[in-house]
Design a protein around this ligand. Sequence first.
Ligand code: PMP
Length: 286
Amino acid sequence: MSRVAYVNGRYLPHRAASVHIDDRGYQFADGVYEVVAIVGGRFVDEAPHLDRLERSLKELRMTMPMTRRALESVIREVARRNRVRDGIVYLQMSRAVAPRDHPFPRNPKTQIVAWARNNKPPPASHTEDGVKAITMPDIRWGRCDIKSTALLPNVLAKQLAREAGAYEAWLVDENGNVTEGTSSNAWIITPKGELVTRSTDNAILSGITRLTVRELAKEEGLRLVERSFSLAEAKGAREAFVTSASSPVVPVTQIDNQVIGNGKPGSTTLKLRERYLRYMSEASTA
Ligand code: PMP
């Protein structure tokens, strides 16, 4: 089956889908994006993802190119045309196509692209053995709360992680605290059994999966504390894991050279993962 992408009002064969060389997303990373998981053909946490998209646009003084309803139809149509049952839809908006110049062009017309794909199920090793994270200084800009396409530090850190045989790189701020992963939020469970994740500020993306896991953790009666935690504390944690729309609750069993807990995914992490996977299949919108 040939893949189809949405580009500014048109559904095109994926291989022919392209943007202009004067697209400011291409030239300046002047754009925002969202990734929504699809489970059983339904969208997981669609509304909060689209709310966050609207917020990212607003923070960058960009305008939504269509109504929310129209956007909802676009992502459905892209998923339908690509027959996506279990995967993701990717949505990107850039400020405009305009001759290269740093200031905003007059009357910018937001450009929009969307595509969707099925994902392979995650390898069993994720839950059997967990994954490894390396750590890197967080050299990103001061507005990581905006889901902007400017991801170069994330790309470089993720590449180093892959080269080190790791799944993720955890980024560490100048105070020695973990901010988040390159494409996920970071969590630990302390030796006293507290579930800890950094509170949201400009240094991290407010993950939608993070918000949902937070609610599920409360329902499970876990003691949740939103606060900064240091790399040293993470290395001494009982359990650790990451969350994102495409990697829901993945156990981290090694950070740099330090084995976490007994080196196997922890029971609380696995319980939260089960709970989240159930949530994904039950709470998504058709
Ligand atoms: N932080 C960063 C830097 C990310 O790129 C992502 C994934 N988009 C997340 C956190 C997790 O966000 P979400 O749960 O909304 O996918």
